[in-house]
Design a binder for this molecule. Structure first.
Ligand code: PLP
Length: 380
């Protein structure tokens, strides 16, 4: 490998991925343009149907983005202002944002230090008479531990809304051996088709999924101005649509989703090998009850030199990201939901230590070697 050759290393290579399916995608996009059926129609219905089949769920309701999906899901549950919703403190802001927007109270809890997902023992600690729902997040591509979460929810009559924006295609295995795709286990699952997500559109998009017929009707109605039939509005809703062009593109990409997950796993395994026996790097821990679709390849750096590593990598033309640098309860917009001085230990450590390396479907041995040897250079 020549060290002088200029490489462009991408965090996410949407261009490279598009080149491989360009013919199919272009054909579908042109067909939508020719049809001038830009909103709704067969393309959107077709994607919903194909995604439902893929996930093994009864209903998929497309919407405008993943944040809307979470908001509409919470709106459909009939919660009252002041009701408490449990959410991990280590997640993307959207998860808590929609809770606050609806005048519900986000109750932030810690995550497991290894899997980065909701720490189940926290549920008992924060349960109150006002608790009405839990929003577990399947962070970085791996399912939260859904079986005990669902058991707890059932016992205390709580709703579960899964934030599946980062783990579409992942499979959770129950203790009896039964399996289910993430997003199909709780009362409602929510996902995002933001371009960099594992199933990414060429713009914004999102979807909700549920096995409950009545809930599906409500989700559909709320996403469409609370309209039960045309110009009859039974509830206050919003305007949240996936457009036909995005649906057509997503339908093509859905056919490749398993192959994409495989490519991501291959890349993760290559990184893992490269970082074997390096005591300053803790590699991603695989949950025992979930497979991984590696939305991110995120390691923990234990030597306190994360900023320096990022700077060094940047100088070599290698991007990296910190998902997420600040616990939700330390964010200005959310700290009033928090008792000053309290901290969540695992969340704090993760915010200080995590760093995500380039992860996408187009990585190859050479690029991974290039990235990992620079990481190793810096640490040796
Ligand atoms: C991306 C993401 C969202 C929001 O999705 P958008 O489509 O950007 O609105 C919500 N939750 C998590 C965990 C995400 O990663």
């Amino acid at each position: 490998m020549s060290e002088t050759k200029q490489r462009t290393v991408h965090m996410v290579d949407t261009y490279g991925q598009y080149q491989k399916i360009k013919e199919e995608v272009d054909r579908e996009v042109i067909a939508v343009m020719e049809s001038t059926r830009f909103i709704g129609g067969q393309k959107v219905a077709g994607l919903a149907e194909n995604l439902a089949t893929y996930l093994g769920v009864k209903h998929v309701i497309p919407c405008a983005n993943g944040t809307d999906a979470l908001q509409i899901a919470l709106m459909a549950l009939g919660l009252q202002p002041g009701d408490e919703v449990i959410v991990p403190a280590f997640t993307y802001v959207a998860t808590a944002e929609v809770i606050a927007l609806l005048r519900l109270t986000p109750v932030m809890v810690d995550v497991d230090k290894d899997t980065f997902n909701l720490e189940v023992s926290e549920l008992e600690r924060v349960l109150s008479a006002k608790t009405k729902a839990i929003v577990p997040v399947h962070l970085y591509g791996q399912s939260a531990n859904m079986e005990p979460i669902m058991d707890f929810a059932k016992k205390h009559d709580l709703f579960v809304v899964e934030d599946n924006a980062q783990a579409i295609g992942a499979t959770y295995t129950f203790s009896d051996g039964r399996t289910a795709k993430t997003g199909t286990i709780g009362h409602v699952g929510c996902t995002s088709f933001y371009p960099s997500k594992n199933l990414g559109a060429f713009g914004d998009g999102g979807a909700m999924m549920t096995n409950d017929d009545e809930l599906a009707g409500r989700l559909r109605m709320i996403a469409n101005h609370g309209q039960s039939k045309r110009y009859y509005h039974d509830s206050i809703g919003c305007n949240s649509r996936l457009d036909a062009m995005q649906a057509a593109i997503l339908d093509v990409k859905l056919r490749h989703l398993d192959e994409y997950s495989k490519a991501r796993n291959w890349a993760a395994n290559q990184y893992d090998l490269a970082f074997t026996n390096m005591d300053q790097i803790i590699r991603p821990v695989r949950a025992t009850n979930s497979d991984h679709v590696f939305h991110q390849y995120t390691v923990k750096l234990t030597n306190g030199r994360r900023t320096e590593l990022q700077t060094y990598l940047k100088e070599q033309g290698i991007p990296s990201m910190i998902y997420y640098p600040v616990p939700l309860y330390k964010q200005k917009a959310y700290d009033h939901y928090w008792t000053a001085g309290e901290t969540l230990p695992a969340t704090e450590v993760l915010c200080d230590q995590v760093i995500s390396l380039p992860m996408h479907t187009e990585l190859n041995e050479e690029i991974i070697h290039h990235i990992s040897s620079h990481v190793k250079n810096f640490l040796s």
